[in-house]
Write a protein that binds this ligand. Structure first.
Ligand code: PLP
Length: 428
């Protein structure tokens, strides 16, 4: 560590930016003028490449009409599969195991409808009490569709500190009656990374299937889903992958499960050569394509094509390295500059357990976030008292991290937050 007196200056942050090998990617994005955007883990920014591929697909509609299904640079009929192939390296997956389709929630429904097969002995689902609500709602409704009471059949692992989940406690909860486990790869509030490899191994030792919600890890950290043997996974593409609002989501199914009938079938679950036979007997694709339902949302996939090309070029390892440097630097500044205030750092501090964002708690969090916004800094408020700050590797800078913490200190010193009501907005 260098001398703290220099480390904590704006000049030092600028030096870090000058030495940053990914610095050139910032100009690939439409940055919002005068704004420090630290919410890329909720909605990533638009890139020029994403805009370009969106316009290209619009153009294919304009110039090809229905021929666009099979013609042009990105034939629509194969988009879910072809983009799945491009995304496979981010997942450590075989190209046939990945499909771009649906949304986080609809993919979770599909996967649970396919893989949860309760019997006399095994008829419970294991999740965690800090899970994102949509995951819990989906699991509850899947249980009800099977005629099972969620109160009894959905077991949620308890968090001891309200922020993180102890893997030992998860493993202890893998009892004989558990048929299926659904957990996040990274917890959406605290940013804790769960050890997917270990949990998968322990689940399989007990004859339990396991799947992960990758919303906060896709595009932020590397994955080795195939090597780890994870049964299935699902995610959205509008957070770290910058696919745009409402971007089509993704799913992964391990190849050992190929050939199964999808729980929720549709004509796009078909083997491609068979689909237009229009038979009433489904012949499912022999890869992850079996879990697609209907026509792909072509224009909502389009930006992802351009955005993903940057992830390809850079590689997820380098993105992770820079992300950790940014969050480490932010933590250092928080500890140095904000120690007199009541901020509690709730994300894990060790790098191996820390995802792509910082999570702070403060009793005045709602209005501190409003004060940050009034100062052109975009955080993410999480009720009741959480502030998420996500410096993103491809477009945020060390100087922005420095400016953010500097501004936060000023907001606290001057009690600027007192001008606002301590209440969340409708979308927060
Ligand atoms: C963002 C997010 C979702 C969102 O689900 P959608 O179906 O895309 O609306 C689900 N789960 C987690 C953990 C998330 O972070």
């Amino acid at each position: 560590m260098t001398d703290p007196n220099t480390t904590y200056t704006r000049e030092y942050a600028r030096e870090l930016d000058q030495k940053d090998p990914l610095a050139s990617y910032r100009s690939e994005f439409y940055l919002i003028e005068q704004m420090i955007y630290l919410d890329g883990n909720s909605l990533g920014l638009l890139s020029k490449r994403a805009e370009k591929t969106l316009l290209e697909l619009l153009h294919s509609w304009k110039t090809l009409g229905i021929e666009g299904w099979t013609e042009g640079d990105y034939p629509w009929f194969y988009l879910s599969e072809s983009l799945g192939e491009k995304m496979a390296p981010l997942l450590g997956a075989d190209r046939e195991e990945v499909l771009i389709t649906g949304s986080t929630t609809s993919n979770l429904h599909q996967l649970v409808a396919t893989f949860f097969k309760p019997d006399e002995k095994k008829n419970k689902i294991l999740a965690d009490e800090l899970a994102f609500p949509t995951d819990i709602y989906a699991l509850q409704s899947q249980l009800k569709l099977q005629g099972l009471d969620p109160q009894e059949h959905l077991f949620k692992v308890i968090s001891a500190d309200g922020h993180t989940i102890d893997e030992e406690v998860i493993i202890d909860a893998m009892t004989e009656d558990i048929a299926l486990i659904v957990l996040p790869s990274i917890l959406y509030r605290s940013g804790q990374i769960l050890d997917m490899e270990r949990l998968t191994k322990e689940a399989h030792n007990r004859d339990i299937l396991i799947g992960f919600d990758l919303c906060h890890s896709i595009g932020a950290i590397p994955h080795e889903l195939s090597k780890w043997g994870v049964d299935f996974a699902f995610w959205c593409n509008y957070k770290h992958l910058n696919g745009g609002p409402g971007a089509v989501g993704g799913l992964y199914v391990n190849q050992r499960h190929f050939g199964q009938q999808p729980g929720l079938a549709g004509w796009f679950s078909s083997k491609k050569e068979k689909q237009f036979d229009m038979a009433h007997e489904l012949t499912p694709a022999l890869h992850a394509g079996a879990f697609q339902m209907g026509t792909p949302h072509v224009l909502s996939i389009a930006p992802l094509i351009g955005s993903l090309s940057m992830f390809h070029e850079v590689g997820i390892e380098k993105i992770r390295t820079k992300s950790l440097r940014l969050t480490s630097y932010m933590l250092e500044l928080i500890e140095q500059k904000l120690k007199e205030y009541e901020f509690k750092i709730r994300n894990p501090k060790e790098e191996k357990n820390r995802g792509g964002h910082i999570f702070l708690e403060h009793p005045e969090a709602a209005r501190i976030c409003k004060a940050l916004k009034a100062n052109q800094i975009i955080p993410d408020f999480r009720s009741p008292n959480g502030i998420r700050l996500a410096p993103v590797a491809l477009y945020n800078t060390f100087e922005e991290v420095w400016l953010t913490i500097d501004k936060l200190k000023q907001i606290m010193d001057e009690e600027q937050y007192k001008k606002f009501e301590n209440k969340r907005g409708v979308v927060a």
